[in-house]
Design a protein around this ligand. Structure first.
Ligand code: FAD
Length: 418
């Protein structure tokens, strides 16, 4: 049995924490908020998880919302010109890869309580880099899973793997209830309950997902991704949720007019169900070296932070936790070399594809992607395959960037489906 500390009780920290408890280790989890504070805080994310991540949560015995959370069955995408005219519609089902989105406030609060029940030690404390020295001295291994928190400055930016110097989008998120937002078939164009994406060329994107929150039950999340300085970049002055909702209404009316009816009687699920902000996606080196020479390992968003456009951050954080648990099982020594190697192997098999896919979605689709999307608008089998790759973006390669491979992929799928 080893003594392991984890800083940050989010998606990555909690998944690691439960996996380590299952392996019989003594785990101390540091959170900057109590469960109660978390339940009453502003939303910071609106994370949809695909089946692979949900399977891992089932394996850890953390799937408390199976009955309540509405399932996202597929994706309905419109690619629009700068004025909002739809140029291409693609609807595809996730099938075996469908998932759900549970408010992280609800989820992490419940898991923090569960962690104590299963024998973990939960400490409420906001740790600084200086505090890490004391923690590292008393533990065999320290994971820093602090998300976008300032402690991640301990980890050096990896210039070769980081593609952005500034935030690519200005973000605004909302949780809404409304009679045209919920239920089985809220979007008539889709014969399933969709994640709804709008890509507006040169302007930005907005998407909406079936969602569950402890404050209101079933609802829908909305995330607006405005290109900085562009015509959708209007959320910056909103000082409260009601103002944000009003701007959201105007944006949808202007850039996806047929979706505007979904906002008719839309209202926030609770006064804290909104957020806005911006961050620079950054990949960092996973080994944090303290003045004493001791090392701690960065995990999740702390070292692998991508824009939320591709629905990947929490899925990636969970995949990383699962990968690291396997790496721990295979090694006796969890030193700096092990940390670097474990992260690199995760980067090679998973995170590099997640990061590349996210970057692709932030730019207009290239010829290869358009070849597949064009076919997907005509053939459900191609559309289903395209959407199903969201669960593990490695599946997009090579055809997402290689025109010849894209043509072959389409031909095979169409022939196979015929
Ligand atoms: C608007 C938005 C929408 C998103 N939608 C999706 C989506 O649909 N699907 C998806 O997969 N991902 C999505 N994401 C990304 C996802 O939320 C994150 O990638 C994921 O939560 C990262 O997990 P993590 O454990 O690394 O960090 P977090 O989940 O952010 O957890 C970090 C925790 O550490 C705590 N902490 C920070 N500093 C300290 C400290 N010094 N001491 C103690 N505790 C500390 C924080 O309070 C927090 O609780 C979205 C993000 C945003 C912003």
């Amino acid at each position: 049995m080893k003594k392991i500390a984890i800083i940050g009780a989010g998606q990555c920290g909690l998944h690691l924490a439960f996996g380590l408890l299952d392996r019989g280790h003594r785990v101390t989890l540091f959170s900057d908020r109590t469960a109660e504070q978390l339940l009453n805080s502003r939303i910071q994310s609106a994370a949809f998880l695909f089946n692979q991540t949900l399977e891992w949560e089932r394996h850890l015995g953390l799937n408390f919302w199976e009955e309540d959370a509405p399932v996202g069955e597929g994706m309905l995408m419109d690619f629009r010109d700068p004025h909002g005219k739809s140029m291409l519609t693609v609807a595809g089902q996730l099938l075996d890869k469908r998932g759900n989105a549970v408010d992280q406030r609800s989820k992490f609060a419940r898991w923090m309580q569960e962690f104590g029940k299963r024998g973990g030690a939960l400490m409420i404390r906001t740790l600084t880099v200086d505090d890490l020295e004391e923690i590292a001295a008393g533990h065999d291994l320290v994971f820093v899973a602090s998300g976008k928190g300032p402690v991640n400055a301990l980890f050096e930016r990896d210039a070769a793997r980081s593609r952005h110097e500034t935030p690519p989008r200005h973000l605004a998120a909302l949780l809404l209830r409304g009679s045209r937002l919920m239920g089985d078939r809220p979007w008539p164009k889709a014969d399933f309950r969709p994640l709804r994406f709008n890509f507006v060329a040169g302007v930005g994107e907005f998407f909406s997902m079936p969602f569950y929150t402890h404050t209101a039950g079933e609802c829908r999340s909305f995330l607006f991704e405005a290109r900085p300085g562009g015509p959708m970049d209007r959320f910056g002055d909103a000082a409260d949720g009601a103002t944000l909702l009003e701007v959201a209404r105007q944006v949808v009316q202007e850039f996806a007019p047929e979706d505007a009816c979904h906002f008719d009687d839309a209202r926030l699920t609770d006064p804290n169900a909104w957020s806005r902000g911006a961050f620079t996606p950054t990949i960092r080196k996973p080994v944090g070296r303290l003045p004493s020479g001791r090392v701690v390992m960065g995990v999740g968003d702390a070292v692998c932070l991508n824009d939320p456009i591709a629905v990947q951050g929490a899925n990636n954080a969970s995949r990383m936790a699962e990968h690291l648990l396997r790496c721990m099982d295979e090694s006796e020594s969890w030193d700096a070399a092990w940390m670097a190697h474990s992260f690199d192997s995760f980067w090679d098999v998973s995170a590099s594809y997640t990061t590349a896919f996210t970057s692709l979605l932030l730019e207009p689709p290239g010829e290869a992607a358009m070849t597949v999307l064009g076919a997907a608008s005509q053939h459900r089998a191609v559309a289903d395959d395209f959407m199903r790759c969201f669960e593990a973006p490695r599946g997009y390669w090579p055809w997402i960037e290689d025109v010849e491979a894209a043509r072959q992929f389409v031909a095979q799928r169409v022939q196979h489906a015929a």
